[in-house]
Ligand binder design. Structure first.
Ligand code: ZN
Length: 151
């Protein structure tokens, strides 16, 4: 069996052979694996050259620049999102400050803490587990707490 070399396959791909030869090569290609390989290789070479002709010379540089631009964009997006979070937190703080919420906490918290301390001390005093007195104490402390909150 006569094989065709790579140059013959390049000519075949470029359509630079007569119809008779072309048919012979096609018949051979259907039966010969090694020529199929050279045919495909000739195609790959041709495709690469074609791509070189079609693509602009700064193609790879342009792609690299595009990729780094995308990366910067996502970085900027990330940064602006954390800035938004910060702004929301600042707004909430301002609202709480203007409504006197922090002030109220600062004034009331020590008193409330002291009262809960009294409750636990009262519970400690009734270590003999007088359930009735324990409940009574708890209720008085609770009443006191409620009165102070209503003020
Ligand atoms: Zn062959």
């Amino acid at each position: 069996m006569k094989h065709y070399d790579a140059r013959a396959w390049v000519l075949y791909r470029k359509n630079r052979i007569d119809e008779d030869q072309r048919r012979k090569m096609e018949d051979h290609l259907a039966a010969c694996d090694s020529c199929l390989q050279s045919y495909l290789a000739a195609g790959a070479e041709q495709d690469a050259r074609l791509a070189e002709l079609l693509l602009p010379p700064d193609f790879s540089t342009a792609v690299k620049e595009m990729i780094s631009a995308r990366k910067q964009q996502t970085y900027k997006k990330h940064r602006s999102r954390s800035l938004v979070n910060y702004a929301v937190a600042a707004a909430i703080t301002l609202v709480l400050m203007s409504s006197g919420m922090f002030d109220l906490c600062a004034r009331k918290l020590p008193g409330i803490l002291a009262e809960t301390g009294q409750i636990s001390r009262a519970i400690e005093k009734t270590t003999h587990w007088d359930a009735g007195r324990l409940l009574e104490n708890a209720r008085t402390q609770f009443e006191k707490l409620r009165e102070s909150k209503e003020e």
